[in-house]
Design a protein around this ligand. Structure first.
Ligand code: 8OZ
Length: 363
């Protein structure tokens, strides 16, 4: 296809992206008191504003939605005000930014909830760890959400989406991936409910689709995206029927006409080798933007675009140590490696101190 490359502009639901490179959501555990984004977050994101689109770190929609120490929220006035500094800083550099909204469900710990159990579709503990009390710990046994609590979950996403617009975000990505609450409902390894939110493919998709409809109704379908990871085992999740489940989900998302689906192709942060799952079927079933993620390098990204397998490519970890990832991919400059010791938690170090490749030519 002529003209389509990582460096060509792209119309995402009426927003012009400067290129087809997305900064994927990256959890950094640097929130301050009140779970406001880090005092360095505005600089961190602004340094990366040459991405066509930034998707923020996962941000909880309520106190109940938290699963790790020091992740930010978007449900208090202080959090909204702190995020406003981030969106202003990114927009001042010509960037675009969506916030990723999550509820972790069972991937959490009683110590984050005053001793109360985290909530989940069913009372099945995940084989997963979280980070709490400055260390890794097994996640806690959750309790099953009552049917009467489900509207409150949907409402917390709707309200957080409204808050996102107040904070100046260009849109919202709903975190439907990686074994968190919406993925827990969708997959039978975590969902053993016998009400209208469990059992069939349709019932397991219900919460995710109701959340998407509520968010799209609040802020506009063209400002709404979702991240999905059909085959990822992240956070101890499993599914006996991922193809049927996600063929159905994506067909319904197409009807809702949302801006994009952002698909983790393979095991999150791991192998792309996912046969026999058919990601092309999801791509074909969805008329709007398909963002592909997971283990892309420059060559694979260009090949994916050239074959029409995606419209936009999301890069995650490479953005941590390469604030100028777009420019480096364009020039062929070498990519820096991240420092694992400063990945999660801490302050400015390993966050806003990664240099650009060529400080002389950088704007
Ligand atoms: C790494 C550490 C904690 C959370 C995800 C939000 O996997 C995360 C996450 C990643 O989607």
């Amino acid at each position: 296809m002529t003209g389509t490359s990582l460096f060509s502009t792209y119309d995402l639901g009426g927003i012009t992206l400067a290129n087809r490179i997305v900064m994927a959501p990256l959890t950094r555990n640097r929130a301050g008191a009140g779970l406001v984004p880090s005092e360095f977050a505005a600089e961190y994101y602004a340094q990366r504003a040459s991405a066509g689109l930034i998707i923020t770190e996962a941000t909880q929609v309520s106190a109940q939605a938290q699963g790790y120490q020091d992740t930010p929220g978007l449900y208090t006035p202080e959090q909204i005000a702190a995020w406003r500094k981030v969106t202003d800083a990114v927009h001042a550099k010509g960037g675009r930014i969506f916030v990723q909204l999550w509820h972790v469900g069972r991937v959490s710990h009683v110590d984050l909830h005053g001793g109360e159990a985290p909530v989940a579709p069913s009372a099945i503990r995940a084989d997963a760890k979280t980070f709490v009390n400055n260390g890794f710990a097994d996640v806690s046994e959750p309790r099953a959400l009552e049917l009467a609590e489900i509207p409150g979950i949907i409402e917390s996403f709707r309200q957080a989406a409204a808050n996102a617009i107040s904070a100046g975000f260009d849109g919202v990505e709903i975190h439907g991936a990686n074994g968190y609450l919406l993925d827990q409902f969708a997959k039978d390894g975590a969902n053993q409910r016998s009400d209208s939110y469990g059992g069939s493919v349709e019932n397991r998709a219900r919460l995710m689709l109701e959340v998407v409809a509520a968010v799209a109704g609040e802020i506009g379908a063209n400002r709404t995206g979702i991240r999905l990871s059909p085959v990822s085992p992240a956070n101890g999740i499993s599914s006996s029927d991922p193809q049927a489940q996600f063929d159905y989900i994506v067909a319904q998302l197409d009807k809702l006409d949302i801006a994009y689906i952002h698909v983790v192709e393979g095991a999150t942060g791991g192998s792309r080798d996912v046969a026999p799952f058919d990601f092309a079927a999801l791509r074909k079933a969805f008329r709007n933007t398909y963002i592909a993620n997971n283990g892309f390098d420059h060559a694979l990204a260009e090949a994916h675009l050239a074959k029409g397998e995606a419209d936009v490519i999301a890069f995650g970890r490479p953005f941590i140590a390469n604030p100028d990832l777009v420019e480096r991919l364009k020039s062929g400059a070498a990519l820096a490696d991240l420092d694992p010791a400063t990945l999660y938690g801490g302050g400015a170090k390993g966050y806003i101190d990664y240099p650009v490749a060529n400080a002389d030519t950088a704007a």
